[in-house]
Each structure stands twice: as structure tokens, then as C-alpha cells.
Design a protein. Structure first.
Ligand code: SF4
Length: 286
């Protein structure tokens, strides 16, 4: 019926989509088994730096300086620790913690090497965006920053995402930009405007990737997302979550239960075993 909302068949975020593309078994461990992963220094530093960059824009424009960003760091770390007290156990001693905080300051300095936040007035930070495709697949994600400008051609949107690692080699740039196109697709569907520009800042090596998408680009992204979900649904039906070893295994918390490393995955959860015809509604938030 016209106007009827499709029944939700599942949810997908760019992060979990990337998990499935890199290794279906890793996706299974994270999304289907929901196995816990211990906090890592790198991921926690990433969260903390994102928090600082979000709060930086609460300051008046002239106050958004490197020194001000550094001053926001202890508060962001204290908030993280208050939320997850076990994070403090990641550090053997004060020296290790001090080195880690210094590395976070380096990343913030990397941000200021890439742009001057005093000249910006973001329309949104940590913006949650969600859209349900006609198929019933819910796409969602958090955009680090959205810049808006009124131009003679109408509303111009710029999507900005910060990465606290290093930039990928040329062979992996498109994989990295898939996440940005995913966000652009969400914004197009929810706001009716194709974002003018997508920017991915790599604070680790102070460089950035940029893409100017068009509607064809985003339609291709939508087809790719649908194909990806079809593959995820097939894995749900068949239970064939293939281990796909790569360099990324070095960062995977599940080697001990991965066949590629001599391990055995745990039995699939009951709900999964009971449902052999269709994927369960599964959260795939990144
Ligand atoms: S160790 Fe490698 S192959 Fe195994 S689940 Fe993790 S990413 Fe996949």
C-alpha cells in the first residue's frame, strides 16, 4: 500500500558492513554471538579524541585553538573512565598512561594541521542518521560532523569524519570511502540533498581523502549495501560465516576461537539455530 512502512528486516551500519566485507566470521562474532571485546588503547584513544573534537566546537570560534583542545583532553579522559572504570586497567603504570595521553595530544595536533576550526560553524556533530530502504533494511550511523552552507545552488552539505589511525594505501582508499558514501546515501535519503563533499581526515599521518559524490554514485552505494545484506542474510541461513584471514587479523580479538588460527568458534546462539529461513533482526551498529 502506498505510504506503508516496510517491515524491518535488519540493520546495518558502515562499521559492521566493513566487518563483513573484511571477514564474515568477525562479523558473526561481533553481531550474532555478541562476544565481548576487551578495551584497547587505540580504540579508547580514538573515542577520547573524537570527544575532544566534538566539544571543541562548543567553544566560541576564536577559542578553538590547539591549546584549548589539549585542555579538553583530561576532561574527556575522566568522562570515559567514569563511564567505564575498567579502562584504567589498560595501563601498567603512570608512565604508560602519560605516553598514551601524549599520543592523543599528537593526534589533536594532527587535526589542527588539516583545518582551522576557528573558521567553521558545523551544523551538527555526532549526528545520528537513519533510513529504512524499501527492502526493509535499516541503514544507520553517526556522522562525526556535518557542515552546511547556503549557496546560490541551494543547500550544500559537507560530511566530515575523523580517523585517528593512518591513511590507507591507494588500493584501500575506496574501501575507506565506502563509509563516507554510506553516510552520504543516508543524508540524501533523509534530507533530499546529495552532499556536496565527503572528507575523511586521518590524524595519524595528517592527511585526508575527499570525494565529490553524485546521485549515480550513491545509487551504486545503495545497490552495494543491498548486495552486502543479501550476503549477510545468506550467511545467517546457511551458518557459513567464512574466516577470511588478512592483515586485519592482527587487530582481531577473536583469534583464539578462529579456525584460521587453530581455534573453534562457539556454537551459534539458539535464536540463530532456530531461524533457518531468514536473518534475525540484527543490530549492526558501528
Ligand atoms: S582472526 Fe582474522 S580470520 Fe579470524 S575472525 Fe578475526 S579477522 Fe577473521
Amino acid at each position: 500500500m502506498p505510504g506503508q512502512r516496510p517491515q524491518i528486516i535488519g540493520s546495518l551500519s558502515p562499521s559492521r558492513a566493513a566487518d563483513f566485507v573484511s571477514c564474515p566470521l568477525k562479523y558473526r562474532f561481533r553481531v550474532v554471538d555478541r562476544l565481548p571485546e576487551p578495551p584497547s588503547q587505540a580504540a579508547t584513544r580514538g573515542t577520547m579524541v573524537h570527544t575532544v573534537l566534538e566539544r571543541l566546537f562548543d567553544l566560541p570560534p576564536a577559542g578553538r585553538t590547539p591549546a584549548a583542545a589539549e585542555e579538553l583532553l583530561p576532561g574527556a579522559w575522566a568522562d570515559l573512565r567514569a563511564r567505564e572504570p575498567e579502562l584504567a586497567a589498560m595501563f601498567a603504570d603512570e608512565d604508560e598512561l602519560a605516553g598514551w595521553l601524549a599520543s592523543a595530544r599528537e593526534l589533536l595536533a594532527g587535526y589542527f594541521a588539516l583545518e582551522d576550526p576557528r573558521r567553521l560553524a558545523p551544523a551538527a556533530r555526532e549526528l545520528y542518521v537513519e533510513h529504512v530502504l524499501d527492502s526493509g533494511l535499516r541503514l544507520r550511523g553517526y556522522v562525526d560532523r556535518l557542515d552546511e552552507a547556503r549557496t546560490a545552488d541551494g543547500l550544500a552539505l559537507r560530511v566530515v569524519d575523523y580517523k585517528t589511525g593512518r591513511s590507507p594505501g591507494p588500493a584501500f582508499e575506496n574501501t575507506a570511502l565506502f563509509q563516507m558514501r554510506f553516510y552520504a546515501l543516508l543524508l540524501w535519503r533523509t534530507r533530499g540533498v546529495v552532499p556536496r563533499e565527503l572528507r575523511l581526515y586521518y590524524l595519524g599521518d595528517r592527511t585526508w581523502l575527499r570525494v565529490v559524490p553524485d546521485a549515480d554514485d550513491l545509487l551504486a552505494t545503495e545497490r552495494r549495501v543491498q548486495a552486502l545484506w543479501a550476503a549477510i542474510a545468506r550467511a545467517h541461513r546457511t551458518g557459513d560465516w567464512r574466516a577470511t584471514p588478512s592483515k586485519l587479523c592482527g587487530w582481531c580479538d577473536h583469534q583464539s576461537r578462529c579456525p584460521a588460527f587453530g581455534g573453534t568458534p562457539p556454537p551459534l546462539p539458539e535464536a540463530q539455530l532456530a531461524d533457518d529461513t531468514a536473518p534475525a533482526v540484527c543490530e549492526a551498529q558501528g
